[in-house]
Every structure is written in C-alpha cells, then in structure tokens.
Design a protein around this ligand. Sequence first.
Ligand SMILES: Cc1ncc(COP(=O)(O)O)c(C=O)c1O
Length: 389
Amino acid sequence: MKYDRSFFDAGIDRKGTRCVKWDADFIQPGDLPMWVADWDFQCADPIVDALKQRAAHPCYGYPCGDPRDQEAFCGYWQRRHGVTIKPAQTLMLPCVVTGIRQMVLTFTQPGDGVLMMTPLYGPFHDSIKRSGRRLINVPLLRREDACYDIDFEGVENALQNGVRLILFCNPHNPVSRAWRKEELRQLAELAKRYDALLLSDEIHADFVYKPLEFISMLSIPEAADRTLMLTAASKTFNIPGLQQAMAVSYNADILKKISDNLEMQGVTSGNVFALPATQAAYTKCDDWLDGMLDYLSESRDILKKELAQQLPLAVLTPIEATALSWIDLRAYAPTCAELNQKIKAHHLVINEGNWFGPEDGEGFMRLNFACPHATLREGVRRLAEALTK
Ligand SMILES: Cc1ncc(COP(=O)(O)O)c(C=O)c1O
C-alpha cells in the first residue's frame, strides 16, 4: 500500500462503529465532528493484519508477556527520536491518563500542590482535583504572535512555595507547541534545584512539523533521574481504542512505586489485541506515519489559509506540533458557550477552549484537523458560516 496524499484524501466512514467522535449521543444527523483527538484515516495495513490474525484464532484468553513488545517500543524511540530506552526502564499502562493519575497519587498526598500550565488537556486538571490535591496553575504566557511560552518565574515561585510535582505536556495539547531543548533544560534545572519530580506526557511526540524536531524530556540530563515520561502508539498510529500506553523512567524507584500502586489497585495492561497491534505499529508502520505527517503538514497550511480568508478575525496559534489547532475566536463571541451555540447550529462539533483552561481558554476553540483535506475545508466553511452569518 502506498500511503500518499490520495490514501489520506480517501479518509474513512466511521459512523456506526461505536466510535465516540462520530457516534456519541450528542452527535446529531449531519454533524461534522472535529473534536476528540483521533483521526479520520485508515490505520496502516500491518496493524489491521496483526489484528485480523489474532482475531482469527477463536480463543481470547489471558495473554502473556513477550519481550518483543518492549524491544519494539525501545527500537522505535531510538530510531525515530534518538532516545535510548532499555526494556527494564519501561512499564506498560492501559493508557496515558492512567499514568498521569498514578503519578499524582503515588508521589503526592492529599492537600499537596501539583503544578500544571494552562491551557492544557482536561484530564490533567481532573487528575489533580479529583485526588484532593491542590491545583497550582502557572498559565502559559501568550505572546503577541499567539504562540505560548512557559512562565519560568511563575514556576520557580510555585516551587519555592513547596510544589514537588510538575505535570508537563510535550508537545503541548492544545497550544501545539514543540518545546525547544533550552526550554526543557530550564524547566528541568528548576525541578532539580527544588528537588521536584517531572511528569512529561509525550503522547504527541511524533507530531512535530519540520524543520522543528521533537526533544524528549528524557534527553535532558538535569531531568533524567526525576522524570516519568508517558507515551503511546495510540495517537501516532490511530489506535487509541485499543488502550495501551507506556511509562518510561531512568529512575527505577519511580517506576517501581508506580508499578506497585497499579498492582495494588488491580490495574493490568496488555490485551490480546493491543499487544500485537502495538508491536506491528512500532516495527512496520513508519511509511504510514511519514505519509500522514506530510499530509498533516499540508492540512496546517490549508487551515491557516482558509481561516485567514473566511474568518479574518480568528487568531490561529502557530502549529508547531500535534494535529490539533487552537483558535482564538473572541472577536466573534466572548465565551465558549456563545461560540458553541452558533457552531453547533451549523453542524460542526469542536472542543470548547474552557475545558483546557477555565480562564485562559474562554473564547477559544480547539479543532482537530486530522481528516481529509476536503473535510477540513468543509469544517472551516461551517465555522465561518456559524460566526459570520
Ligand atoms: C496530551 C494527551 N495526553 C493523553 C491523552 C489520552 O491518552 P490515553 O488515551 O492514552 O489516556 C491525550 C488524548 O488526546 C492527550 O492529548
């Protein structure tokens, strides 16, 4: 199979497959969903083949470990990102959000402060608040060009006030930032100086657009022994429904404590379908991924151009990474509720910005552009119609 523009242009009809993006109960007939972060593209053939092969054996009992799973993962990170990880430094998880929650539960106590930076993917907020920890928000700083920076002064201030866990998203959802080495180093130095732990959610690692490069927190020497990195094949290869992720730490103690906690809670990982599919993803699907990244790079340009033409007052945050765009629509309506009322009436479903930042996301929306270019154009057309007619 050739994973070229025509492959991704073809997309796939997902309705009726029990996928939340297209089949959730709030999706109305005629709606165009461009919200949750999975992609309207067919998976790579080797993944589909691996699943078919496993499904063809009509017995689905408990699976057993296979070192090739970890080898595939480590080989992939070495090949794609130049990051050396040994199998013993990995821990399989049901999903990345499990890892975020476990990090909070394992290394902090109720009442402790946990730092994060809004706007940020909702489950980060939830992991802190639901576990009775104090959410210490150090909002990202919005530049004049709508790009976001880390507020290092704010971070240091929080650390001086006793925070010992930083939850970080690299690359960042929703502001699509690919953090530079210098920024990661500065954050890691602060963590080291105040003896804080770092969680680095790197699930979007594979979606950094050229000429930028993804830099893992694991490659920053100051962070090496105080970081838990979380990632998955799920976003990269469009298999989040299979529920498999990986935690990595160069600090054996961090990994052991998380592993013990998971065991105590009866959380097990690796199911009969996720295991072979993930192994295939990490070993046989680079051509599919490269094809998708080329396609998404064009999608970014289309989105920018169409928004500028049809919604000139919308401010699109520069997209350095991810397949998610962060759009300031305050010129059209001040609140997400007002924006969404109009947008939904025009049969477009996108995410309200205040889910990512109750204050700094108000009046913003997040649009997922991992769909055929024709769908993307139609999405922007509906958005413009909703806000200007
Ligand atoms: C930054 C980030 N972390 C985690 C997740 C969810 O990952 P999982 O399904 O493995 O919990 C997402 C999904 O959109 C995400 O954007």
